[in-house]
Ligand binder design. Structure first.
Ligand SMILES: Cc1cc2nc3c(=O)[nH]c(=O)nc-3n(C[C@H](O)[C@H](O)[C@H](O)COP(=O)(O)OP(=O)(O)OC[C@H]3O[C@@H](n4cnc5c(N)ncnc54)[C@H](O)[C@@H]3O)c2cc1C
Length: 323
């Protein structure tokens, strides 16, 4: 059986979770087995996870699991993986997976590949491709343990939807008091925009924008194409933008279809989080900016001139499409 952790978020499932289920279903096809999605905490429309390839959903409907509890999550997922005779356990590679997948791997004595980019090659063993050295190279990791744990880079694989429904089974786990270490006092979530990790279009600003008062042009550009905002680390460190927008080695790792970088130099630590983007557009006034080497399209010039013109061009194009 292929197990996939289907993380609920306020009872619903994000696109990256659906992608992980679809990925698990393709691994199941390779090994002629089934897909069992594990849902922890209260959630809705569990049978609907069948749309993305789950044959069965095991639901641990325990309100203590509504928010991340790494120890308890790992125990539940590893217990279910053992009972279901799992050969592979799949996660979407987000912060939850970073906390839980290694614990699951230890409990199952499994090899772990964090940040997989494609389906495992199974012709000669079990080999998974991932990026290494801040995205500068690919590694092909051979996993030799009987059980494998893989976390999939969001947006690396895509989602397909069918009309299938999954069988839903309730399950209870005996937790110890020591499995719960975290007391959640409040949860503050960014509302109304596609979360950065799932965004297909991202507009990002750097120190070249000179100050937070100039972010209007970045927001307008993002709004014109429905993109999510990101920024470089110094921008977040200087409190020009909130920290959840910071991408790079110490921030979020993203893989959108389009990443527009405005006034960002392209330091290696920044590239580490964004250079798997499918198309990179760089706007910078310095011809020597290292980001141009990683760009698919480079615009050399002053952001304060170019960005409003680009926004106007996007708006004009959109209007012509609607006419
Ligand atoms: C351990 C470690 C971890 C780090 N992690 C991260 C990370 O996760 N993410 C991250 O981003 N950084 C990270 N950094 C910092 C990183 O090294 C760079 O310092 C940072 O990315 C630079 O940010 P920036 O490009 O916005 O600013 P700058 O380096 O100051 O670059 C600004 C750019 O804007 C251009 N510019 C200026 N004015 C204009 C204009 N009017 N129009 C167009 N272009 C203009 C300039 O030519 C320049 O290229 C890390 C550093 C370390 C040591």
């Amino acid at each position: 059986m292929i197990i996939v952790f289907a993380e609920q978020n306020n009872g619903t499932f994000k696109k990256a979770t659906c992608e992980a289920i679809h990925y698990a279903s393709k691994i199941a096809k390779q090994s002629s087995s089934g897909v069992c999605a594990v849902v922890l905490g209260e959630a809705n429309d569990l049978a609907g996870l069948g749309n993305y390839g789950a044959d069965k959903v095991i639901h641990v409907n325990d309100a203590r699991l509504n928010n991340l509890e790494a120890k308890a999550y790992a125990k539940a997922i590893a217990d279910i993986a053992s009972t279901e005779n799992a050969s592979v356990v799949v996660f979407s590679n987000n912060n939850t997976a970073k906390a839980v997948a290694p614990r699951v791997a230890v409990r199952l004595k499994a090899g772990l590949v964090a940040g997989a980019l494609s389906l495992p090659e199974t012709d000669n063993g079990f080999v998974v491709k991932k990026s290494v050295f801040s995205g500068k190279a690919f590694a092909f990791v051979r996993v030799k343990s009987p059980i494998k744990v893989i976390s999939l880079t969001p947006n690396a694989f895509g989602v397909e939807k069918s009309e299938n429904q999954a069988e839903v089974v309730s399950h209870s786990i005996e937790f110890a008091a020591t499995d719960f270490n975290v007391k959640v006092e409040s949860v503050n979530k960014v509302q109304g925009i596609v979360p950065l990790g799932e965004a297909e279009l991202v507009v990002s600003g750097g120190r070249g924008l000179k100050g937070p008062e100039n972010w209007g042009i970045i927001e307008e550009l993002a709004n014109s194409i429905g993109a999510t905002l990101a920024c470089s680390r110094p921008v977040a460190d200087s409190h020009w933008r909130p920290h959840h927008e910071h991408v790079g080695q110490t921030g979020g790792t993203i893989r959108p279809n389009l990443y527009i970088a405005v006034g960002i130099s392209g330091a290696i630590q920044h590239l580490a989080g964004v250079n798997s983007s499918k198309t990179i557009v760089v706007i910078n006034k310095d011809v020597e900016a290292p980001f141009f080497k990683a760009a698919d399209y480079g615009v050399l010039g002053d952001a304060f001139e170019i960005v409003p013109r680009l926004t106007a061009a996007f708006k004009k194009y959109k209007a012509s499409q609607q006419a």
